[in-house]
Write a protein that binds this ligand. Structure first.
Ligand code: AMP
Length: 190
């Protein structure tokens, strides 16, 4: 099964993806994690994306599409991928559909974690205090949220038109959100 966890930054996608990895043996494909790893390694790619990430903007489609393509065989071998933070633009979504189709695969379900912006701001302030991720600082987070609303939210009708979109309340406890996601995946064969 290939699943997209969809929602604004700090909606809880990473937490839920890690749980699904532990419970279902799927592979989490987080472009944010991949980009942070590239930066930590000091690679040329890491240096190229640093400024955009620190400003809260989106790196180019070309870069993230290539990162995902590289990891698809591994996800297939594990029985499926959880896409976390990808796709974030219509061009990325179209590229993902094409890459999967070329391999005889498809997206089975898109689970949108619905959250309210005030709740998110509070959640991120807490995460910033605990983890100190530079792009969680309140000013940069607002830019990330604006990027989501302008460039990523328009994907919702794209997936709704394919009949793949399920919505789950993302403001509950981790366990409540997990139960909502499991319910949304219930009708998809493993
Ligand atoms: P995240 O951890 O998913 O919030 O990603 C952190 C940052 O990495 C984002 O604010 C973007 O700068 C960059 N990034 C991650 N995924 C993507 C993507 N699919 N497209 C463009 N930029 C991305």
């Amino acid at each position: 099964m290939n699943l997209i966890l969809f929602g604004p930054p700090a909606a809880g996608k990473g937490t839920q993806a890690k749980r699904l990895v532990a419970e279902r043996g799927m592979v989490q494909l987080s472009t944010g994690d991949m980009l942070r790893a590239a930066r930590a390694s000091g690679s040329e790619l890491g240096q190229r994306v640093a400024a955009v990430m620190d400003a809260g903007g989106l790196v180019t489609d070309e870069i993230v599409i290539a990162l995902i393509e590289e990891r698809l065989p591994e996800a297939e071998a594990a029985g499926g991928a959880i896409f976390d933070g990808f796709p974030r633009t219509v061009a990325q979504a179209e590229a993902l559909d094409a890459m999967l189709a070329k391999r005889g695969r498809k997206i089975d379900r898109v689970v949108r974690l619905k959250v309210d912006e005030d709740g998110l701001l509070a959640r991120v302030a807490k995460r910033f205090a605990e983890e100190g991720r530079p792009d969680d600082n309140p000013e940069t987070f607002k830019v990330r949220l604006a990027a989501y609303n302008a460039q990523t939210a328009p994907l919702l009708p794209y997936y709704a038109a394919q009949g793949k979109l399920a919505e789950v309340d993302g403001m509950g406890t981790v366990q409540e959100v997990a139960a909502g996601i499991d319910g949304a995946l219930g009708s998809v064969p493993a």
